[in-house]
Design a protein around this ligand. Structure first.
Ligand SMILES: *[C@@H]1O[C@H](CO)[C@@H](O)[C@H](O)[C@H]1NC(C)=O
Ligand SMILES: *[C@@H]1O[C@H](CO)[C@@H](O)[C@H](O)[C@H]1NC(C)=O
Ligand SMILES: *[C@@H]1O[C@H](CO)[C@@H](O)[C@H](O)[C@H]1NC(C)=O
Length: 533
């Protein structure tokens, strides 16, 4: 009896040990190197979920930043950079006003160029301050992280992962200049995969296909000064030649914030995972303030208006035009706006400094969503089935708007050229014409019909990479080929040479035989002829 009890105790102790060790062994250490701005607000949700699953996250950020603030679900590690908060705000946020100014195309181009240069330089300095900070690097190296989670739009995290030999998971919407295509070694035919920023759909006319082919090379210059500094840093640190392709090709898994309800079907690779809409799941009841607005809106319901986390003020003239249009619809409008209220603001329009966008879009009384069509917002519109009026400003926003428009789920307006009447008509159309609501509901049903929630999928792949120390079995061998091997130009050249040689030899042989057979006769004939003369 006593023996039995003792045995039982041992089994129980063993079981407990198993459980504890099991749990302890599963918890991993994630080093997060985020991209500043709205990109961080996306990644933040993934970090929060990783924390909820028992993992430990350390977020690396420069001391001076805009959106990356300390929170209780991660440890923040900061490092000094040679910029003041004002510089940084100016570089990051100062340029947004230019998207509302009506200027000559070349002026806009030049301004975009210098703003991008300034911003790129700020990020480059920030990355240098991180990578050449010996104490910080020693500290990070000693912490033995299991994975680096980073947005490769700021390639510093990718370089850091390579330097510390930690597997990396990329978390992104896209990389410009086809750097993501290069990094994933994914086939990407010009003929039906629309290139970024072209505003093409997947069905292109001949000239759209010409544009599709010419666009990436023309952007190369911008990418050159934005991205090559990271190849230089990687080469210096690793003391060998490291190309950008190698830096981007080093990711174990790519988590793309897209899916094939918003984006067009195209080829993918085994380590490309699509997590568009991962930000929709986390829904909370409305606060008193917002519930009161919704309740007071009556049968007409509400319209949500936000231009994203980066643009919360616009020039007064534009703001007045917009306010005028908003006053002409019967719905209550909740507008995220921090500037001085336009003097002509109508009674139905409430300005708020911040709004719980996803929760409000999920309310059955929400009729329409006015958005800058950043991917985050567009997915919240899709998940909640709210038709959109889109005012794209920069980056992939024009492309996102195009995708929604071709699906009949919204109307795109040019923020520079639109009049107050255009906005009013667009709003009335998406609210009153049934097709917009039907189309967005169809997209919503398609988007939600899936075996696993996108946030769970994202966390699964981060854990997968931690468990297996990378995912080298998913890495296509294309990365190890030269460009002429990849396109089989050497093989084609070889086969061509063989074919030509065979044709040449055959021809020569024929010519020789021909001469042997007919040459004699001719000579015979000739000699015969000459004799008869
Ligand atoms: C770029 O930076 C320079 C110097 O810091 C500044 O004078 C210029 O106005 C900036 N340009 C833009 C478009 O931000
Ligand atoms: C990290 O630590 C390992 C082992 O101590 C060492 O071999 C390696 O050089 C270190 N890496 C860096 C970047 O300091
Ligand atoms: C809004 O209306 C609902 C249902 O009528 C009610 O339960 C809730 O208390 C109201 N909320 C506010 C803040 O008035």
């Amino acid at each position: 009896m006593a023996l039995g009890l003792q045995l039982w105790r041992q089994v129980l102790a063993g079981l407990l040990l198993c459980v504890c060790v099991g749990r302890w062994a599963e918890a991993g250490k994630v080093l997060v190197v985020p991209m500043e701005g709205s990109h961080w607000l996306s990644m933040r949700e993934a970090v929060q979920e990783l924390h909820a699953r028992g993992h430990q996250a350390v977020v690396l950020s420069p001391e001076v930043n805009v959106h990356i603030k300390a929170e209780d679900f991660f440890t923040m590690k900061t490092y000094a950079i040679p910029y003041t908060q004002d510089d940084f705000n100016y570089f990051l946020m100062g340029s947004f006003n230019m998207f509302f100014e009506r200027v000559h195309f070349l002026t806009l181009f030049w301004k975009t160029m210098t703003a991008t240069k300034n911003l790129s330089l700020a990020f480059e300095r920030s990355c240098e301050a991180l990578l050449y900070n010996k104490d910080l690097i020693r500290d990070l190296n000693a912490s033995s992280f299991d994975v680096v989670l980073t947005d490769p739009v700021y390639p510093c995290g990718a370089v850091l992962a390579k330097y510390l030999s930690i597997p990396a998971v990329f978390f992104l919407r896209f990389l410009p200049c086809d750097l993501d295509v290069e990094g994933t070694a994914c086939p990407n035919p010009f003929s039906y995969v629309p290139k970024l920023l072209t505003r093409n759909s997947d069905h292109m006319t001949f000239f759209q296909r010409v544009k599709n082919m010419l666009y990436p090379p023309s952007l190369k210059y911008l990418c050159h000064f934005s991205f090559t500094p990271y190849a230089r840093m990687a080469s210096e640190l690793l003391q060998r030649d490291v190309s950008l392709g190698e830096i981007f090709g080093s990711a174990s898994v790519w988590l793309f914030r897209g899916d094939f309800v918003m984006d067009y079907p195209r080829p993918i690779m085994p380590n490309m995972v699509f997590i568009g809409g991962f930000n929709c799941g986390n829904k909370k009841p409305l606060s008193q303030e917002f519930e009161a607005y919704v309740n007071a809106s009556g049968e007409h319901g509400i319209v949500i208006f936000s231009l994203g986390s980066m643009v919360s003020e616009i020039p007064e003239q534009k703001a007045m035009e917009i306010a005028d249009a908003l006053g002409k619809i019967p719905q209550t409008v909740l507008w995220r706006y921090t500037g001085t209220p336009p003097p002509n603001l109508a009674k139905n329009t409430k300005l708020v400094k911040w709004l719980p966008q996803n929760d409000l879009l999920g309310h059955p009384k929400t009729r329409a969503f006015i958005t800058h069509s950043g991917s985050h917002g567009v997915y919240e519109g899709i998940c909640n089935g709210v038709p959109m009026v889109m005012m794209p400003l920069f980056g992939d926003q024009m492309d996102n708007a195009k995708r929604m428009e071709t699906r009949g789920a919204g109307i795109t307006l040019n923020v520079l050229e639109m009049s107050s009447g255009d906005l009013e008509n667009a709003l009335k159309a998406v609210i009153n014409e049934k097709s917009y609501k039907e189309n967005i509901m169809r997209l919503s049903r398609l988007h939600k019909d899936r075996p696993i929630e996108p946030l769970d999928l994202a966390v699964f792949w981060v854990e997968f990479v931690m468990r297996h120390k990378g995912a080298s079995h998913l890495r296509p061998a294309a990365h190890d080929l030269t460009w002429y091997q990849y396109h089989s130009l050497d093989v084609i050249g070889f086969l061509l040479a063989v074919t030509l040689t065979v044709i040449f030899i055959t021809f020569k042989a024929c010519a020789f035989t021909f001469r042997k057979c007919f040459g004699k006769k001719e000579r015979v004939k000739k000699s015969h002829k000459s004799k008869t003369h």
